[in-house]
Ligand binder design. Structure first.
Ligand code: 13P
Ligand code: SF4
Length: 350
């Protein structure tokens, strides 16, 4: 558990973190990327943290990988690379740095450590988990193998290192259908997201896709009726859903794709009004680069992603605490599953 008062006392001894409109004004180039969604008052609060983190990154030879669900001050203020799970996993193999700070959730930090065992990987809050990663263990994978003998196991990257190690190959939401289609078997086991699996089953009808019953607590909350009601209330809105949503929700949407697929779609199409059926920060992070699009309607917050704050990132980087470790034997096996996914994605041009 975090000892926030102790963390704050430590930081205030070393850094001047008083809100500063002057400092905020001097960093307007960064603010311009989020001025539609972050007020000037809030930016004056964030600016001292952003400056301290960016200075410390240079001292530590660190890079920050920020998932698309990070809040704008993290995504635009301190991240060297932003992206979806696949893009961040690939970036972890490419960056030349001593330290990776993972602004995302724990499985992403583990994936970075698996791919870059010699780098120090910092997780600003170890409790930033994921309902999908928590839904299955390596024993669950063995149970599926017993139920469907000989079928390959394709596990979502939203899993622990042990589950990746017990699987044949990983996938993310941007390559799941292609990875399943490329398996040399009629029956393919997908874990742990039942909804992603059902969406893939629809897109890859030549395969018998079977699944584990896990789900994402953010995306499972949407219902097809929510989308129908919204369309009626706000006609002309483009509805865009992440494939972790149930298939009947995806069926009501105009487009479905990974978080980077959603960014690409909205950037290419520039609809007048868009409802992103996914985590709240997605719309905030692209609002400034797409001033012609009005982002409307409700969104759901991921409580795990929202555990990552500027304060925790600064503390982790200052004290070098929150180092992610993966048992070497587990990491070697898990690396095979992740690397197979990366290699196959490159081969397929994804
Ligand atoms: P992608 O960024 O790969 O679409 O994944 C979304 C997600 O839920 C990550 O937790
Ligand atoms: Fe996990 Fe869902 Fe949060 Fe992504 S949005 S980290 S899948 S709980």
């Amino acid at each position: 558990m975090f000892d926030l008062p102790a963390q704050r006392a430590h930081l205030s001894e070393k850094y001047d973190l008083t809100p500063s409109p002057e400092l905020a004004a001097s960093m307007s180039d960064i603010y311009d990327r989020m001025s539609r969604v972050v007020s000037p008052v809030d930016w004056a609060i964030y600016a001292p943290y952003v400056k301290a983190i960016n200075d410390l990154k240079v001292q530590r030879n660190a890079v920050i990988l920020g998932h698309n669900y990070m809040t704008p001050e993290i995504y635009h203020g301190i991240s060297d690379f932003g992206g979806d799970s696949l893009q961040l996993a690939i970036k972890a193999t490419e960056v030349e740095a001593d330290v990776i700070v993972q602004c995302g959730v724990h499985f992403m930090a583990e994936t970075s450590k698996i791919l870059s065992p010699d780098k120090t990987v910092l997780m600003p809050d170890m409790e930033a988990g994921c309902s999908l990663a928590e839904s299955i263990t390596a024993e669950g994978i063995e149970e599926m193998r017993r139920r469907y003998p000989g079928a390959p196991v394709v596990s979502y990257v939203n899993t622990t290192a042990e589950v990746k190690a017990a699987s044949d190959i990983c996938c993310t939401s941007s390559n799941a259908a292609q990875i399943v289609a490329a398996q040399d078997s009629h029956t393919v086991i997908m874990t742990p997201d039942q909804y992603l699996a059902q969406n893939v089953a629809r897109d890859v009808p030549q395969k018998n896709v079977v699944w584990w019953e896990g789900s994402c607590i953010v995306h499972e909350q949407y219902s097809p009726q929510d989308l129908r009601d919204f369309r009626e209330w706000n006609p002309g809105t483009r509805l865009i859903a992440h494939p972790e949503c149930p298939p009947d929700v995806v069926a009501e949407a105009d487009f479905s794709g990974s978080t980077s697929g959603i960014i690409k779609y909205v950037t290419d199409e520039k609809p007048e009004k868009a409802l992103l059926i996914t985590e709240c920060s997605m719309a905030s992070n692209i609002a400034d680069s797409l001033p012609e699009v009005e982002f409307v309607g409700p969104c759901n917050m991921c409580p795990y992603m929202k555990k990552i704050t500027l304060e925790k990132v600064l503390f982790a980087l200052d004290t070098m605490t929150g180092q992610v470790e993966v048992d070497a034997e587990v990491a070697d096996k898990a690396r095979l599953s992740v690397q197979r996914m990366i290699d196959l994605s490159r081969q397929l041009g994804i």
